[in-house]
Design a protein around this ligand. Structure first.
Ligand SMILES: [Zn+2]
Length: 224
């Protein structure tokens, strides 16, 4: 998961790195977790996270997840097998579908994925999305609800691709709640090539993020 950055810290403005994602406060538990045991129980792709420690953590996480409220799905369209839901529809939903298709074409292979059947990707406005005991999150992967929910950065100016979906896809793929896998090191540098630095990138993304190559998708390595 990614905790929502404090609004005082703010999101990166052009050329200014956003501060690292909000750190776990003392005594606060982790967000949604994914492990081999949970994966097996849920029948989803399980490729990592099979050690006992993670299984124990996942047991606690599963219990905590029961505290989370279920949200009905409102799929705007499907992409790569996933239900895609915008809590506020973009002005041109057909264009958004093309962009989501393209976004997943770029991001799924990063984690060795090709489809997300049975899952929902929710692009939401605002950080008000409880993730276990955290009341806010920039991203949350829920293995019970089969939902990856990501906040569209409030100053993204229509570039929903700047959401931290690549990060949550990592939790989906790796079962690595502590960001200990070496692949996490590639997430932050991937911001530019995934969001604005490629041929045909959406004009909104180029206009807003061109020149920003770091500071947007900071990962707290070996930490929740
Ligand atoms: Zn995370």
């Amino acid at each position: 998961m990614r905790r929502a950055p404090g609004r005082a810290g703010g999101e990166a403005s052009r050329g200014v790195a956003r501060r690292a994602t909000a750190r776990l406060l003392p005594g606060r538990p982790p967000g949604r977790l994914r492990t081999g045991r949970r994966d097996a129980a849920l029948g989803v792709d399980a490729r990592a996270g099979r050690n006992a420690d993670r299984a124990r953590v996942a047991g606690a996480a599963a219990a905590l997840a029961l505290l989370a409220a279920c949200q009905p799905w409102h799929c705007d369209f499907e992409s790569h097998g996933a239900c895609i839901e915008f809590t506020t529809n973009p002005p041109d939903l057909a264009a958004a579908q093309v962009r989501v298709d393209a976004l997943l074409e770029r991001e799924l292979p990063f984690w060795g994925l090709s489809h997300l059947s049975g899952w929902r990707i929710q692009f939401r406005d605002g950080a008000n999305y409880p993730c276990y005991f955290a009341s806010e999150s920039a991203g949350c992967t829920d293995y019970i609800e089969h939902t990856m929910s990501v906040e569209i950065p409030p100053t993204s100016n229509g570039c929903f691709e700047a959401s931290e979906l690549l990060h949550e896809l990592g939790h989906y793929a790796l079962g690595d709640p502590m960001h200990s896998n070496g692949l996490w090191h590639g997430v932050e540098p991937a911001f530019a090539p995934m969001v604005w630095e490629y041929a045909g990138a959406p004009a909104e993304c180029v206009a807003r993020y061109k020149g920003i190559t770091s500071g947007m998708w900071v990962v707290n390595f070996n930490s929740f």
